[in-house]
Ligand binder design. Sequence first.
Ligand code: DAH
Length: 364
Amino acid sequence: MANEAIPNLTAFDEAALEKAFTALEAQARSDAASLEKEPFRLKWLGRKQGLLNEVSDQWLKAAPPEAKKSVGQRFKTLKELAEGLLEQASGAGPTDASLKAEAIDITLPGTQRLTGAEHPITRTMNEIVAVFAALGYSVGVGPEVETDFYNFECMNFPPGHPARDTQDTLVVANQERKPLRDRLLLRTHTSPVQMRTMEQQPPPVRIVIPGKVHRNDAADATHSPIFHQVEGLCVDTNITFSDLKGTLDHAMKALFGSSVKTRFFPSFFPFTEPSADVQISCIFCGGKGCRKCKDSGWIELLGCGMVDPAVFAFAAEKQPAYDAKKISGFAFGMGVERIAMMKYGISEIGSLFAGDMRFLGQFA
Ligand code: DAH
């Protein structure tokens, strides 16, 4: 590549030198910005025709003896600048061809990104939690891999108790050498977090605990081996069954509409005494009887009861204030999928887990 020559220098006083070298430095910078690495190197540092060579040939040689030192120093600075610029040069600056290849057609429509939305289970869980948060409940969580002690024993399912059979689950392998209460399993309910909470704080307690649970249940239209629950616990002095009824009646109305009625049926859970199943008037037929409520007008929705003194006794080992003679409490547990299915008219529990965007998109 033929180089444009450097201008002729006629005067060698400081002002003339300053002007000439400043102009060259500016040119080196602009060349570095517009040229690719190799052409820049050739133009400035090329052995034969490089501009620096010419400066050295013409300006340095032509300088009168008294100006040689100044020209020499300025030459050195210019050379270092050119070498520095070469070092920084990208190596592959854009060329006309590469720019063309990268050009975009700004008239084409853009890529549409889908906005995320809450999964119906998360949404329902948040709605349930919000109802209780408004009543002054705090929110807690606990481990999904739980010990036999918390999942069963302290919830008053002693080893060998038949109620354990109703909550079969996956257990972690090779733990035979540990005492039964320390063995790990996937929790079958969120109730163990009742005990974890009480061990951490003395009464009063008002807490709801949303979370995932696991059971050895065959999947069908309404069962899934993995599902979600919201647990509730309220402990204080003088908590009665009517507090439980009032709280859950309010919660069901808040979730399903103010015309919903509730009724309580005797039931059994090891950790509550007495225990009850709560039914709500059928939200599909208003209680008249339909296919969904099997013509009964009622739908069973959750379990609850007064905390069994045996459960308080376990809590009292760490927090003596849980003295069943001085305090009382109620607890409840509800299935999130079941509530979501009723609220949104979902007939197959599996569609909540299939990850099909055509289904999930309806909740966005
Ligand atoms: N843990 C129970 C279950 O998974 C649900 C339940 C029932 C929780 C009654 C409670 C309760 O706290 O009082 O079947």
